[in-house]
Design a protein around this ligand. Structure first.
Ligand code: C2E
Ligand code: CA
Length: 663
């Protein structure tokens, strides 16, 4: 243990917390001991008063001296007790120094009292003084230097006074004992003072550490901006009906930078964005929302001021140059604003901004194509196509907000109610016939989902499929659709009714989100439905699924005997590639191509090329969205195998479809 002399000799400065801790201990023991002293002295005064009532009583200097001493200690104790209690309970903010002075004064008065009583009460004299000494120095935590001065001084005075009266003169042995007591007291006090200070420092450090950890848990380690947890906490402070602006910012093609220049470089970009944001806005209102998404909250300024500020920030952010390369960075921003009268919450605004950001990204993707290609030239990053402007900021405000709101509400409705809709069978199966062109009769039917909201109001797939794909819940809908098809098959076989093969739409995501192939097979086996009765349609729209999962899933399904159809062919980018990677049984030609089949030569050329290509690959073809006879005739003439569309029937519940067929 390292002992630092200066720690004990008042030369070191204690922190306010340590001083406060010592004061609170002193005030507590002070309040108790002064309270006891008050009662005792009062009792002594009462005793003298009762004694004075005795007719034999003769006033003497001894009695007067004692009364005076008791009164002094009584008042000093009373004062100290009130002072200590006020400090403890009323939280009186006196300075540490003044508290220490009061303690020292009280100790001096007590010691003076002890010496006086010891000298005047001759027989059991020294006990009074010793009691005072022990109380003063063992109950209070005072800096050792003060203790040494006080204890040595009071003992010296005591010994000197006793020795000055010949009949009280202390024996040599008693003096030695007093000296030993002095040393013991000093040691006890020093140890107690030291452990109290250390204990207080430990509490203080733990408190500081906790506060620091708490602070850190609300900060993002990389950018030092507030994190999402902090946002959640801050949002509790906002009331409904506040005016506010929210912007969600996302660096365009951040993944590209990360992959091309390394993650350290990506981190630098994120820090650059965070730094510029803190320069232009109050850092307290800037948050790192997720990977490369940042959130800005501006509770005070108007919408125009906010957008103006963002424009200025964008210039500073966009011109990012460093030693290695010069980049023209761009970002996408989703804005949302609410006035006081809008009575909306910040959480709603964030949702709205998020939706707007998503819309910007989608618009940008369609502008640039799904895979923007960049080259690093001397002037920085440039678009390889040359004609696409890649500088500037893509932002999206409340431009067509009523439409957004509508879509947003549907999205929210979907996510909030999908559990109930599945559980209570609000999702209904509609069927659309698929016609075999060679026979002219329905050879299969496609199952299409409709969400029954009650009162004959249905949500269409476009209103909820996207939200379910984004929230990665689409497989739940698809499995529900399958279980309904299976249930219908079981009912039909029980009633010995005809059941025509049914196609089930599966999102590409299903192949990554769950073991869809096993689920499909298990459900079919459970009701004894042969694989020939179920065909699987795979769309190519959902992004974000692992292609390898899809390819494996398709070949496994075919191994198990299910036909796999490729849906909406010609509507995306990867269709041709998909044909090389997996084998399909039927290729559904997208209705955008079929739409102009009756009049447009180019559409006919594309259509017949697809049919011929499919034939060479051993795949049958289906024309989707056939609405009139001319389209149907052309499809027949060009060698297509199946047709589906309003010409043969709109999607309808099973019973209605059967009725239409029997007519
Ligand atoms: P899809 O698979 O291409 O389905 C065909 C869509 O075209 C259906 O729209 C159908 O009503 C519509 N349609 C059929 N014939 C015609 C026509 O002659 N003219 C026009 N203009 N449209 C026609 P719906 O039912 O709104 O479905 C839209 C999409 O939602 C479907 O496109 C499918 O990709 C998806 N979907 C529907 N049900 C499910 C499902 O249970 N699971 C999954 N994953 N997706 C589904
Ligand atoms: Ca389909």
């Amino acid at each position: 243990m390292k002992i630092r002399l200066k720690n004990y000799l008042l030369f070191d400065k204690k922190s306010p917390f340590v001083n406060e801790y010592i004061d609170s201990r002193n005030m507590l023991s002070g309040a108790v001991i002064s309270g006891v002293a008050c009662i005792l002295e009062l009792w002594m005064l009462i005793r003298i008063y009762i004694y004075s009532m005795n007719p034999d009583y003769r006033p003497s200097a001894w009695v007067h001296g004692h009364v005076a001493a008791y009164l002094i200690l009584e008042f000093a104790s009373l004062f100290f007790m009130v002072y200590a209690l006020r400090a403890l309970f009323a939280g009186k903010e006196e300075k540490h120094r003044s508290k220490l002075s009061i303690v020292l004064c009280y100790q001096m008065i007590s010691l003076g009292f002890g010496i006086y009583i010891s000298v005047t009460d001759r027989h059991d004299s020294y006990l009074n003084f010793l009691t005072m000494i022990v109380c003063s120095f063992c109950l209070f935590i005072i800096p050792p230097l003060y203790l040494i001065i006080l204890a040595t001084g009071s003992m010296w005075i005591y010994v000197a006074v006793m020795n000055s009266v010949s009949e009280l003169e202390l024996r040599y042995g008693t003096r030695i004992n007093i000296f030993i007591l002095l040393i013991v007291l000093v040691i006890v006090n020093v140890l107690r003072y030291d452990s109290s200070v250390k204990y207080a420092v430990r509490i203080e450090n733990t408190g500081k550490l906790n506060r620091r950890l708490e602070k850190l848990s609300y900060r993002d380690g990389l950018t030092n901006l507030k994190n999402r947890r902090a946002l959640k906490k801050d949002l509790d402070g906002y009331e409904v009906g506040h005016s506010a602006n929210v912007a969600l910012i996302d660096i365009d093609d951040f993944k590209y930078f990360n992959d091309s220049f390394g993650h350290q470089y990506g981190d630098r970009l994120l820090r650059h964005l965070a730094d510029t944001l803190s320069q232009f806005f109050d850092a307290e209102h800037c948050y790192r929302y997720g990977g490369d998404e940042f959130l800005l909250l501006c509770p005070e300024c108007t919408k125009e001021e906010f957008e103006d500020k963002i424009d200025k920030w964008q210039k500073c952010f966009g011109d990012y140059r460093d030693k290695e390369r010069a980049l023209h960075l761009t970002c996408s921003i989703g804005f949302a604003h609410a006035g006081k009268e809008d009575e909306t919450t910040i959480s709603n605004l964030i949702r709205k901004a998020d939706y707007h950001l998503y819309a910007v990204k989608r618009m940008r993707k369609t502008e640039l194509g799904s895979l923007p290609v960049f080259e690093v030239g001397e002037d920085g990053l440039q678009s390889a196509e040359g004609d696409v402007p890649i500088t500037g900021i893509h932002k999206y405000t409340d431009g067509f907000s009523s439409l957004d709101e509508h879509a947003n509400r549907k999205r929210q409705y979907t996510l909030e109610n999908i559990d109930e809709a599945i559980e209570k069978h609000y999702i209904r199966l509609f069927f659309q016939p698929i016609i075999d062109i060679s026979t002219g009769s329905a050879t299969a039917r496609e199952a299409l989902a409709r969400w029954d909201k009650g009162d004959n109001e249905y949500l269409m797939p476009k209103d909820f499929i996207e939200a379910l794909e984004h929230s990665r819940q689409i497989y739940r809908l698809d499995l529900f659709m399958l279980s309904e098809i299976c249930r219908e098959y079981a009912e039909a076989s029980k009633a010995e009714r005809k059941f025509i093969p049914t196609t089930l739409n599966l999102s590409r995501l299903d192949f990554s989100l769950c073991n869809i192939v096993s689920e499909v097979d298990a459900l079919c086996k459970e009701v004894g439905m042969p694989p020939q009765m179920l065909h699987i349609e795979v769309t190519e729209t959902a992004a974000g699924c692992k292609e390898s999962d899809l390819i494996k899933g398709i070949s496994r399904l075919r191994e198990l005997g299910y036909e796999v159809w490729i849906d909406d062919f010609g509507n995306g980018n990867s269709s041709l590639n998909m044909l090389t990677r997996a084998q399909f049984d039927v290729l559904k030609i997208d209705q955008k191509i079929v739409m102009h089949l009756d009049e447009d030569k180019k559409s006919q050329l594309v259509f017949s090329s697809i049919v011929n290509l499919a034939k060479q690959l051993g795949i049958r073809t289906l024309a989707e969205g056939v609405e009139n006879d001319a389209q149907f005739d052309t499809a027949c003439r060009l060698g297509c195998d199946y047709a589906q569309g309003y010409l043969f029937g709109k999607p309808a519940p099973a019973a209605e479809m059967e009725q239409a067929e029997t007519k």
